[in-house]
Design a binder for this molecule. Structure first.
Ligand code: FES
Length: 190
């Protein structure tokens, strides 16, 4: 009489059914898809908090010595946008108009027209900023004089320290008509 070894019967604990396998695979792919979608959304939500830290967004940028901007005159100045990528090259060099009123009183205007963003020019003789694109005009204090722009020129926050004038240049101007209408104020670079 031959003795056969007992047949190996897999216990139900060690067997993964095909349905269970596909269920786990599905969960894995769902988790991966959720992560792919969630990472940029979370990044966007937190960017409002983190943008002011460590990336130069709100840093102060020097325009030059106070003496470079004679009182009663408006002069062109350029600065390097602090919110710059290594590939930006010369496009990160940005122009602005500096109006020296008196003492440490200045106005620093974005060069872009508040209508559609063309660069405005200062004309000392007429005391106006003129936009070459659609004929927008602004008074010497940046307020709107005529033409399509709905508001005055955008202004950068500035400070004078150690005889140097600096601006907070990281935030680029955007049309702020809606905000201005709501608050009744002239927003700075928004
Ligand atoms: Fe300046 Fe239109 S862009 S008037």
């Amino acid at each position: 009489m031959s003795t056969r070894p007992p047949a190996l019967v897999p216990s139900s604990e060690n067997v993964i059914s095909r349905r269970g396998f596909f269920m786990k695979l599905g969960l894995l792919f769902n988790g991966l898809a959720a992560a792919v979608v969630a990472v940029p959304i979370v990044g966007f939500l937190f960017s409002a908090i983190t943008r002011g830290h460590g990336n130069g967004y709100l840093s102060w940028v020097q325009l030059g010595k106070v003496a470079d901007f004679p009182e009663g005159q408006t002069r062109l100045a350029t600065f390097r946008n602090p919110y710059v990528m290594p590939t930006d090259g010369a496009t990160a060099d940005t122009a602005c108009w500096v109006r020296h009123i008196a003492g440490e009183q200045f106005q620093v205007f974005a060069i872009n027209c508040a209508h559609l963003g063309c660069p405005v020019r200062w004309f000392q003789q007429s005391g106006l900023f003129m936009c070459p694109c659609h004929g927008g005009a602004y008074y010497s204090d940046g307020s709107r004089a005529s033409g399509p722009p709905e508001r005055g020129l955008f202004e950068y926050p500035y400070k004078v320290e150690n005889n140097l004038i600096s601006i907070q240049a990281g935030e680029l101007p955007t049309p702020g008509a809606a905000i201005a209408a709501f608050t009744g104020e002239k927003p700075s670079c928004a």
